[in-house]
Design a protein around this ligand. Structure first.
Ligand SMILES: [Zn+2]
Length: 172
């Protein structure tokens, strides 16, 4: 949580406005002052991939020990005082990632090596887009949303220092 001149600053845009206006904060809109709660769950998994048309070493088959960071958001809490039980979101996402992505090769549907891997009996998860961390984040986001969770962002740590994310504003 970031505070600027005693006021909570909820996002980068607001922070920028606050800085631009010197010590005078812009009046907060109703949406800015609404209560908002978040729940964040991390899931660890391993995957292999390669990136089509990549000029660097990502064009070769390789793998990652990744962490998916799933963030849920709600302006209201349930009768338990929760956005969502950690075990509910964790169980749902882990079950799907374990069955679909973990210890799997994530391959672009146009990757010319795909038929060879399939013929050899290798496990593959075929994607419409390059299997970048950004597209994997979007893939998991869509799955979590389909499960009925109020997801607003999914990020993928492809390495300890490389993070990509996909987010969509809360519908509330
Ligand atoms: Zn990679």
């Amino acid at each position: 949580m970031i505070f600027f001149n005693g006021f909570q600053v909820r996002n980068i845009g607001q922070q920028w406005r606050a800085l631009k206006s010197g010590l005078i904060l812009q009046p907060l809109s109703d949406q800015d002052t609404a209560d908002m709660y978040t729940v964040t769950k991390e899931i660890h998994f391993c995957y292999g991939h390669r990136l089509l048309n990549h000029k660097g070493k990502c064009r070769y088959l390789h793998g990652h020990n990744a962490t998916a960071v799933i963030r849920l958001e709600s302006s209201e809490l349930d009768e338990m005082g929760m956005v969502c039980d950690f075990s509910d979101i964790g169980g749902f996402v882990k079950q799907w990632i374990d069955s679909e992505l973990d210890h799997n090769m994530l391959m672009h549907q146009d990757d010319p090596i795909l038929p060879t891997l399939q013929a050899a009996g290798e496990r593959v998860y075929v994607m419409k887009h390059n299997p970048t961390a950004e597209n994997i984040a979007r893939l998991i986001f869509d799955q979590v949303e389909t499960g009925g969770f109020p997801v607003v962002e999914v990020a993928i740590y492809e390495t300890d220092s490389a993070l990509a994310s996909y987010r969509r504003p809360s519908a509330q």
